[in-house]
Ligand binder design. Structure first.
Ligand code: F6R
Length: 614
């Protein structure tokens, strides 16, 4: 959570930083702020709410300066207000700092500083870190970089920080541990820093991703210097960004979420690229190929994730078990890590994460690694923390996902899991050749079928108009459509604030059926397949209690059509591939309901895209 941006160079810093903060608003939008190096002083402006509030607030203020740091906040310590907004500064305003992460031992550090007579303005952990650096600087006479290094040795927690000092105006110091930080190396000694590459992309493609406990000393017009927290100098590894500017703009859509929903035919195709060739009967995920034998022979395969990515794990469980006959356990990362799980060297832990930065998932992986397990990752963000700590993994290649509610990342995760399951099934001889070939061909045409489902947009908009005022909703599915029901319910809750629950269809009669009356919309995945007849019976049970049925059915279905209030047809496909299609109408439905209810679709209340706190 929280987005940080900084700039040092020849250009005016304010417009670069503000534009960057807007790109990072998906990481949090409780408040924003900026600090600019002025003439022998640092000008700091902060405002509660979104970056546009900061822009309005600073309209008639001095926004000049070629060095600056900016922050957009997702509140952890202290309520979202102007005072708790970043940047924070030292008592005499000589230092200013931006921070993404959590200083876990801030309370004890604060008490030490209070006993030295310091008074704090905010309730944040970040201000404590700023004062600590300042205290070290004043007491030891050390330069800024060295003071930061000494302070970080006392810190327990996660941080990506950038600090500036009035006394060293041509320098920025940056450091990271468990929170992401990228340094863009521009022309003529300009540097751009940010939580991800999106604020940097239009200025330079040369970037360095800081590793844990690395400190960057950035001087205007000079080379980037990197040091470990132990003060040993390191050689920066400069990478070329593959990101394109169009990928992070709305491209004519009203919201990023709608754009990302419509990008799915392409993002699924991108996910296949070089990995799937149906005519040659080939499926291969280069990143994990050499671990396949290990997965097949593993004692246990455990998939861990949070939120939407956890739903993808549940689909993965069905695919691995049914296609490859490999037993899988799915765990919430946050529960797994605190359960003292029994893990050994023959276990494989696969983490799924769009951002690759989710704190709980990262910590769960670290735990599994410490117990000797092989850890693998399925991530979307290239160079993210999870992709770096895992032994191997596969990227989903969905492109940047900016809408806070995950859409194309989910279908890309499910696509990778399908490719993995098929590759493992083949390797293990768990699938017969004709089924294998049929599945590869079925998978290859999924992008076109997703496109057909997207053409139901106005149908979904109409259904949305019928149920936009509902207070509750139920989503039902069986088999691999159960996670689709969970995902449908999550999408509705998070962006339209309607209470919704996903259930295995057959579980309904064990409790939730009590909720059903004529006011309750029940969304059911009732596509052709093993459980079709059973789901039809579940629909009858809802109907008998006057619930409203909205069913996702296979093209040409007649049976459900007779009972349901609305049906949405999706093209016929192999049962294992249904989640890739059935998810789409629910994404569109939530989107339209949220728009009709005038909710902030891309930045729903209280949420952030990248959850880097526990
Ligand atoms: C829901 C959503 C969240 C994320 C969850 C995990 O739409 O986006 O539930 O799926 O916070 O995030 P990642 O996948 O980045 O680990």
């Amino acid at each position: 959570m929280c987005g940080i941006v900084a700039y040092i160079g020849q250009k005016e810093a304010y417009p670069i930083i503000v534009k960057g903060l807007k790109r990072l608003e998906y990481r949090g939008y409780d408040s924003s702020g900026i600090a600019l190096q002025g003439n022998n002083s640092i000008n700091i402006y902060k405002k509660q709410g979104k970056v546009v509030n900061l822009e309005e607030f600073t309209e008639n203020l001095d926004r000049s300066g070629t060095v600056g740091i900016g922050h957009t906040r997702w509140a952890t310590h202290g309520e979202p207000n102007d005072v708790n907004a970043h940047p924070h500064y030292s008592e005499d305003k000589d230092l200013a700092i931006i921070h993404n992460g959590i200083i876990e031992n801030y309370d004890s550090l604060k008490h030490q500083l209070l006993s030295k007579g310091y008074t704090f303005r905010s309730e944040t952990d970040t201000e404590v870190l700023c004062y600590l650096i300042d205290d070290i600087r004043k007491n030891t006479g050390a330069k800024l970089g060295e003071s930061v290094r000494m302070a970080l040795q006392q810190v327990v927690g996660a941080y990506a920080i950038v600090i500036m000092s009035k006394d060293e105006p041509n320098k920025l110091i940056a450091a990271r541990k468990s929170s992401p930080l990228v340094v863009g190396i521009g022309k003529e000694g300009d540097f751009y820093l940010a939580s991800d590459a999106t604020p940097i992309i239009e200025y330079t493609k040369q970037v360095v991703y800081l590793a844990d406990e690395e400190i960057a000393v950035i001087k205007r017009g000079s080379e980037l210097k990197l040091y470990g927290i132990d003060d040993v100098e390191k050689t920066p590894y400069i990478q070329e960004l593959e990101l394109h500017l169009e990928a992070i703009e709305k491209g004519g859509y009203e919201h990023f979420m709608l754009k990302e929903i419509h990008e799915q035919p392409r993002s699924i195709e991108d996910c296949f690229r070089g990995r799937l060739n149906a005519s040659e009967g080939r499926v291969s995920l280069g990143g994990i190929k050499e671990y396949e034998e290990k997965i097949i022979n593993a004692n246990r395969v455990i998939m861990i994730a949070c939120g939407t990515s956890w739903h993808a794990c549940l689909v993965g469980e069905y695919l691995f078990e049914d296609l490859a006959r490999i037993n899988v356990e799915v765990e919430y990362a946050s529960e797994f890590r605190y359960r003292n799980p029994i893990i050994g060297e023959n276990d494989i832990v696969i983490a799924i994460s769009q951002s690759g930065e989710t704190a709980d998932t990262l910590a769960a992986l670290e735990l599994a690694k410490s117990k000797g397990a092989t850890i693998l990752g399925i991530c979307n963000v290239v160079g993210s923390s999870i992709s770096r700590i895992t032994d191997a993994g596969s990227y989903t290649h969905a492109g940047p996902e900016i809408g806070v509610a995950s859409t194309k990342a989910f279908t890309a995760q499910v696509t990778v899991l399908t490719l993995m399951a098929l590759s493992l099934a083949k390797q293990k001889n768990a699938i017969n050749e004709s089924k294998y070939r049929a599945m590869l061909s079925g998978l290859e045409v999924i992008p076109q079928k997703v496109q057909q489902v997207l053409e139901k947009n106005s149908e979904m908009e109409f259904i949305a108009s019928q149920y936009q005022s509902a207070s509750n909703a139920l989503y039902l599915g069986r088999g691999s459509s159960f996670p689709v029901a969970l995902e449908g319910a999550l999408k509705l809750k998070e962006i339209s604030y309607i209470h919704a629950e996903g259930y295995p269809a057959a579980e309904m009669k064990h409790g939730p059926i009590a909720l059903i009356d004529e006011e309750m919309p029940v969304f059911v995945i009732a596509t052709k397949g093993t459980s079709y007849e059973k789901v039809v019976s579940n629909i009858q049970e809802v109907k008998a209690r006057k619930g409203k049925i909205i069913a996702i059915v296979t093209e040409g279905d007649t049976q459900v059509k007779e009972i349901a209030d609305h049906t949405v047809e999706i093209p016929e496909t192999d049962e294992h591939l249904v989640p890739l299609l059935a998810t789409i109408p629910f994404q569109l439905l939530s989107y339209h309901i949220a728009v009709m209810r005038e909710c902030n679709v891309d930045q729903p209340r209280n949420l952030a895209k990248s959850v880097t706190v526990e």
